[in-house]
Design a protein around this ligand. Structure first.
Ligand code: PMP
Ligand code: GLN
Length: 383
């Protein structure tokens, strides 16, 4: 039998699939893969059911149904005062995952360098590899996981084409500050780079911090591919409705790639997400407050157990250092944990090129019911 193509080398099975399967096999509490254990708002679910019954079951337009494109444009205006034409500057995708992949295919030539914040979300490395690009990491280092702008500047070479930014950042929970975002924008403008920014956790930012889109900085409108998704904001990670906003040229380029990946998807989910994007501020405030309380529950509990806890500013995830408990290697720790305690977590190390920086770090998801988090903490006492 012929071997598969080289571009698949090293990709294997995603850590999320591996760890979720282990959770099922060991009947563990799954704090690994980031998905909520409660559905999103009732109105959203009802709207999708209504749309199916009303016959929204055939291919929607390639760029997405008009009502959703309008709702995305309205959302960007309402929360960030950014104006987009729904017909030329908005594209609906099959989740943020497809948006990232299509953006990379649209802008990366074989041999181009893509600078990404490390640890990086797992699909980034695959997307860069599929496009034939070369991944160049800029590491967010414990304990603060801040972006070192000098390191970012030093990573730029004549081959650099794209900066791939993610804030709020998975897995560290870092929310880039105004200074960091401005620094990124200055580097991008100075070197004429495309910036792909993954902002799927835009509404999951804690402690009263704002989310500021990279596209809002000077010189960024014409070079930024902004990406978000309904999965986290409305607790429907399985619906896979994401979107891109940007200049007409950018949206056209990403659409050209996207139309031959999936063409389109999620016909009955699209009008439902359009309705949800127009929910009142009370919805978004409650989502954030609720998740912040769970963050604190899990962070406090993990600290009481002796972990070094890096309390996140956003996302679904808290990162811990396992060394205070006498462990050194996160992969070994996460493979041991389900059998020993009945809890699943994710090792950071798989998200790094500089694996040493991630070796003692483990990520836990707190987008779960408080009693589930409590149960996990009780089980972890066996450590
Ligand atoms: N980007 C980041 C940073 C994520 O954490 C996730 C997923 N959970 C995604 C993209 C994928 O989003 P989607 O499910 O909408 O494809
Ligand atoms: N984004 C989710 C996480 O970080 C996983 C999504 C997936 O399994 N691809 O946990």
């Amino acid at each position: 039998m012929r071997e598969h193509a080289q571009r698949l080398n090293g990709l294997g099975t995603t850590i999320f699939a591996e760890m979720s399967a282990l959770a099922v096999a060991t009947n563990s509490v799954n704090l690994g893969q980031g998905f909520p254990d409660r559905d999103g708002p009732d109105s959203l679910l009802e709207d999708a059911i209504t749309a199916i019954r009303a016959g929204a079951n055939q291919y929607p337009p390639a760029r997405g149904v008009p009502a959703l494109r309008q709702a995305i444009a309205d959302h960007q205006k309402r929360f960030y005062d950014l104006s987009y034409d729904p017909d030329t500057q908005v594209l609906v995708t099959t989740g943020a995952t497809e948006a990232v992949a299509a953006a990379l295919l649209a802008y990366v030539e074989p041999g181009d360098e893509v600078i990404a914040l490390e640890p990086y979300y797992d699909s980034y490395s695959a997307g860069i590899a599929f496009a034939g690009g070369r991944r160049v990491p800029v590491t967010l280092r414990a304990p603060d996981f801040r972006l070192d702008l000098d390191e970012l500047r030093a990573a730029v070479t004549p081959r650099t084409k794209v900066l791939l930014i993610n804030s709020p950042h998975n897995p560290t929970g870092t929310v880039l500050t105004d200074d960091e975002l401005r620094g990124v924008s200055e580097v991008a403008v100075e070197h004429d780079l495309i910036v792909i920014t993954d902002e799927v956790y835009e509404h999951l930012v804690f402690d009263g911090r704002p989310h500021k889109p990279l596209a809002s900085y000077d010189g960024m409108a014409e070079r930024t591919v902004s990406i978000s998704s309904a999965g986290k904001t409305f607790s429907v990670t399985g619906w896979k409705i994401g979107w891109v906003t940007g200049s007409p040229a950018i949206v056209t380029a990403v659409t050209t790639a996207k139309q031959f990946l999936t063409f389109t998807s999620g016909a009955p989910f699209q009008p439902a997400v359009a309705g949800a994007l127009a929910l009142g501020n009370d919805y978004f405030d409650a989502l954030r407050a609720d998740l912040q309380a769970r963050r604190d529950l899990l962070c406090d509990g993990l600290a009481d157990l002796g972990f070094g806890v890096h309390r996140p500013q956003g996302t679904y995830f808290v990162t811990t250092d396992i060394r205070p408990l006498g462990h050194t290697d996160g992969i070994d720790f996460c493979r041991m944990l389900p059998e020993r305690t009945g809890v699943v977590a994710i090792p950071h190390q798989v998200f790094y090129d500089n694996t040493e920086a991630g070796r003692p770090l483990v990520r836990w998801a707190f987008c779960k019911q408080p009693q589930i988090l409590q149960e996990a903490l009780t089980r972890l006492q066996k450590l």
